[in-house]
Design a protein around this ligand. Structure first.
Ligand code: FAD
Length: 464
């Protein structure tokens, strides 16, 4: 019998397992997919022009200066960072207008883009001030016990947009922010709780520059490095189907045991860490049954609706015309694009995101149509050279059976108030980890690391 079974070998599960092993406990990690990593995965680019081996991150890739736990992991495994390229002008397409402007680094423009009329811009900035005041009023930890939580959780973010914006640009801007900026979700503003969006910005602020750096060779190389110390403790390709806790100790003087069951094997242990998104935990049968608020959480906390597309060129040609490779706009498919070229390769790589209901319509197209649709949007942002990439790679996260979406999960109206406590409350000897349960930087690598460390510490305290 192992001391602990960890379910899921994404970042959170791997961090938890490593910490438990270092504290002297025996661990088994059971992963559904054939490889470790979950939402951290990289793919090679086979391009002759590359100066050194080139990779793209199909999942998460950016890191910010306040992601201290994740930065420490990178350092410990010898992974080097470089500043995410952002010199040059940002492109904004809105309606039939295209303009370029400076002073934008992810998040919000720092000054009025020339094609946006003053009335619209002033409207957006007035709404932004009110949004920031709302954000500042919330706690950094889970928000559902805040005095205003029930009222804020009753509304959708779209309700707030309707009440606080009066021009098409301002209304689109906040909807885009909800869909494209990388805290929780992405979700459409009419789907997600106002409390959730505001708290996301409180606890994972764009102002902290979470997209400041990238990692040479890709963030997706980290999980395999974390898994190196696990050896035989790692079981791959076996989804956990059931977790059974005995009602009482299995014999005189014996501790209560937990059985973690897959289609091929059963693993007895003293405690379990479930390090998967809540919606995925809904596919596991628990005995005794989970409480009603936890079941509601698993049913209601949907995964974000996002496909990430990586488009590679022989060089970052957009810089030759003064563009940063960052664009945003109400184009039919791509609302956000960023430069993710690794300077050591010499290649130009754009990362484009197709999100929300746009993604649903786009995903229904054939492969050639999807590719043309993305490239046409990139051409509208950056020019016709975008139409001829050397490589084009899509990662349809919502179709991944053991992930279910990207970047992370989000709460519809009412769910925080009903089920917020269930995010972290253990179920007997079952503890919860994964970026979704983090109190700081949920949805990011940092939240995953934080959740894994906390769950491991709680289990170590229980097992003495
Ligand atoms: C497209 C995209 C872009 C992103 N961009 C960024 C970014 O730039 N910066 C950033 O900080 N974060 C980013 N993120 C988020 C970041 O990748 C995640 O927060 C983090 O990797 C989540 O780790 P996790 O361990 O919590 O969950 P996961 O990575 O989801 O790991 C869970 C694991 O559990 C496994 N599993 C599921 N069900 C079962 C089961 N029944 N039995 C056994 N195993 C199971 C899954 O296969 C998976 O391996 C992005 C994510 C995506 C997808």
């Amino acid at each position: 019998m192992n001391d602990v079974v960890v379910v899921g070998a994404g970042l959170a599960g791997l961090v938890a397992a490593g910490q438990l092993q270092r504290s002297g406990l025996s661990v088994k990690v059971i992963e559904a997919a054939p490889a470790v990593g979950g939402r951290m995965v990289r793919s090679p680019l086979q391009m002759e022009d590359a100066r050194s081996p080139a990779w793209v991150d199909l999942g998460g890739q950016w890191v910010g200066p306040s992601h201290t736990r994740f930065l420490a992991l990178l350092e410990a495994h010898g992974l080097r960072r470089f500043p995410s390229p952002h010199d040059g002008d940002t492109v904004l397409c809105f309606g039939s207008h295209r303009c370029t402007f400076s002073g934008f680094f992810q998040g919000f423009p720092e000054g009025q883009p020339p094609s946006v009329p003053s009335r619209d811009w002033d409207d957006a900035m007035a709404a932004l001030k009110q949004f920031q005041a709302l954000v500042a009023s919330l706690p950094e930890g889970h928000p559902h016990h805040h005095p205003d939580a029930a009222e804020l959780d009753r509304l959708s973010f779209q309700d707030w947009i309707d009440a606080h914006t009066h021009t098409p640009f301002a209304a689109w801007y906040f909807a885009y922010f909800c869909r494209a900026v990388g805290f929780l979700g992405p979700a459409e503003p009419d789907q997600v709780s106002l409390l959730h969006v505001a708290w996301g910005q409180r606890t994972a602020p764009q102002g902290d520059h979470p997209e400041e750096d990238l990692i040479h060779g890709g963030a997706g190389q980290l999980p395999a490095l974390l898994a190196e110390g696990l050896g035989d403790a790692l079981v791959l390709g076996e989804p956990v189907r059931a977790i059974h806790q005995a009602d009482s100790p299995t014999g005189p003087g014996m501790e209560a045991a937990v059985d973690v069951i897959t289609d091929r094997s059963s693993h007895r242990c003293r405690a379990v860490i479930v390090a998967i998104p809540p919606a995925l935990a809904g596919a596991i049968r628990f005995t005794p049954e989970l409480p009603a608020d936890r079941l509601a959480l698993q049913e209601g906390m949907a995964m974000g609706n996002c496909t990430k597309v990586l488009i590679a060129y022989g060089r970052p040609w957009w810089r030759e015309v003064g563009l940063s490779g960052i664009s945003l706009g109400d184009r039919p498919w791509v609302e956000l694009c960023a430069d993710s070229s690794d300077p050591e390769t010499g290649l130009g790589v754009l990362a484009a995101f197709v999100v929300g209901r746009r993604r649903e319509r786009w995903a229904a197209l054939g492969a050639d149509q999807r590719r043309s649709a993305v490239l046409e949007d990139l051409a509208a942002y950056f020019g016709p050279r975008a139409l001829e990439p050397l490589e084009y790679v899509e990662k349809n996260w919502p179709q991944e059976p053991f992930i279910g979406g990207a970047f992370a999960a989000w709460m519809p109206p009412g769910l925080w108030t009903r089920s917020g406590d269930a995010l972290l409350r253990p179920h007997g000897r079952v503890f919860w980890a994964g970026t979704e349960v983090a109190e700081r930087w949920p949805g990011f690598f940092e939240g995953a690391v934080d959740s894994g460390e906390r769950a491991a510490a709680a289990v170590a305290a229980l097992l003495g």
